[in-house]
Design a protein around this ligand. Structure first.
Ligand code: FES
Ligand SMILES: [Fe+2]
Length: 440
């Protein structure tokens, strides 16, 4: 008898081989691994620093803390955005202590050295008291690379890493139709969590957990293995197209009533769900047609630049190493984990939701409830487990984090055993190995 062949849903164009490196527990629990990442991973990748919307005027500043590092991004007088390490060249005090600021100059809180927006030192106490003469005009804040894509500002510590748009390939092109540059971050929540940052990265690199951790999604996202398309890009990023506005084909929703979730999604576009009894999968096409026909009159002018697939499906993009962006036509979710400054068994989880401007829309439904349509309408930081929601689906993902971290600490755990559909998890770890292993 022939051995069963794994179901492959990797697109032919974007399938890449993996080596089969063993994914052992040390990378999730040891200080040695954390140090390797601090030295060889985080300085070598682009980081999503924040929203351009927070940098509307010259002197506007956003701060991004990553582990022990802190970076500020500053809108310049000439309109450019520059990034600097958030440290004073005098004796190292952190310069900007809040998430956002608006300042005429950057002033250190210790001995009040002042820096122009371009990072040049312009004022010190007792300028004649320096052996080399007045340091103003000579000393500068340490600068790092800063580039923008869509509504986002990014920074990178390494001069040899590719330019941002190349680094992000193929997403800038693939996501063009959504016109993300106009979208507004309404939700901005985060939490301290009791697990390594990679636990959630692994989770976002597979859909194997959807039936078990997110059973509710099955009524309007087809999480069936044969229908989800996985892609692995040469840039190191991975993606997954999940068929939306269609119930899962893992169980028989097709022959009966339209399940809730899909029912409401159909009604929202003037489609009578009862007419689709026994042929529920046809609703997806009907929604595409209805969105094309009714979208403009309902203020959804942005539908015009989207493909049919973008109108109804979910494009789940992971960006190496730690950002996930999930697109639907009406919502962009960004989910990210970042390392704790000192503890490999902790991380910071962030969840942002962006929404497109829709004519007449003053309120949006976020994963934690309704909110006014404006930048950071909901913003909060909490400790996971304190009962503060980070969004229903995100809460489900986070719910496994602590127990997985605990289990990985067992002597009995010998390394992951992955099915074919978790090849993106394998690839992520092999890329990570390439970054950090064998380096000094
Ligand atoms: S440490 Fe900044 S002015 Fe002294
Ligand atoms: Fe999930």
């Amino acid at each position: 008898m022939n051995a069963p062949q794994p179901v492959s849903r990797y697109s032919q164009e974007f399938d890449l081989p993996v080596r089969g490196d063993t994914i052992t527990a040390d990378r999730y629990i040891t200080r040695e691994w954390m140090e390797l990442e601090n030295k060889h991973l985080w300085p070598k990748v682009w980081h999503l620093g924040g929203m351009l919307a927070d940098l509307a005027e010259p002197g506007d500043v956003i701060r991004h803390n990553l582990g022990k590092e802190s970076v500020i991004m500053v809108r310049q007088e000439d309109g450019a955005v520059r990034a600097f390490y958030n440290t004073c060249p005098h004796r190292g005090n952190r310069l900007i202590l809040g998430e956002v600021a608006s300042v005429p100059r950057i002033t250190c809180g210790y001995h009040a050295w002042q820096f122009d927006l371009d990072g040049t030192l312009v004022k010190v106490q007792d300028p004649d008291d320096f052996a080399g003469g007045d340091p103003c005009g000579k000393v500068r804040l340490a600068e790092l690379r800063c580039e923008t894509w869509g509504p986002f500002v990014w920074w990178c510590m390494d001069d040899d890493v590719k330019p941002l748009l190349e680094w992000l390939e193929p997403y800038p092109e693939r996501l063009k139709g959504y016109q993300l540059e106009n979208w507004v971050r309404v939700l901005n929540v985060s939490a301290d969590c009791e697990f390594n940052w990679k636990i959630i990265r692994d989770n976002f690199n597979e859909s194997y957990h959807l039936p078990t951790i997110h059973p509710e999604l099955a009524t309007f996202i087809n999480d069936g293995l044969p229908t989800t398309l996985f892609e692995m890009y040469p840039s190191g990023h991975n993606a997954m197209w999940m068929v939306g506005h269609q119930a899962t084909t893992r169980v028989d929703y097709e022959s009966g009533d339209v399940p809730p979730g899909l029912y409401e999604a159909a009604e929202a576009w003037g489609i009578d769900p009862k007419a689709y009894r026994g042929r529920t999968s046809a609703i997806r096409e009907a929604v595409i047609e209805a969105k094309r026909r009714l979208g403009p009159s309902r203020g959804y002018h942005n539908y015009a630049t989207m493909t049919d697939q973008q109108l109804v499906d979910y494009f789940h993009c992971t960006m190496f190493p730690n950002v996930t962006l999930t697109m639907s036509p009406e919502q962009c979710q960004i989910l990210r984990t970042e390392p704790h400054p000192t503890d490999p068994e902790k991380c910071v989880f962030q969840h942002w939701c962006l929404y497109p401007p829709i004519e007449g829309m003053t309120e949006v439904m976020t994963p934690v409830g309704p909110a006014p349509f404006r930048q950071d309408a909901i913003q909060r930081h909490s400790t996971y487990g304190d009962g503060v929601s980070l969004g229903f689906v995100a809460d489900q993902d986070l719910s496994i984090g602590t127990s997985q971290q605990q289990g990985l600490n067992s002597r009995g755990f010998k390394g992951c055993i992955l099915p074919n559909q978790e090849k993106r998890v394998q690839r992520f770890h092999e890329l990570l190995n390439d970054y950090v292993l064998g380096k000094d």
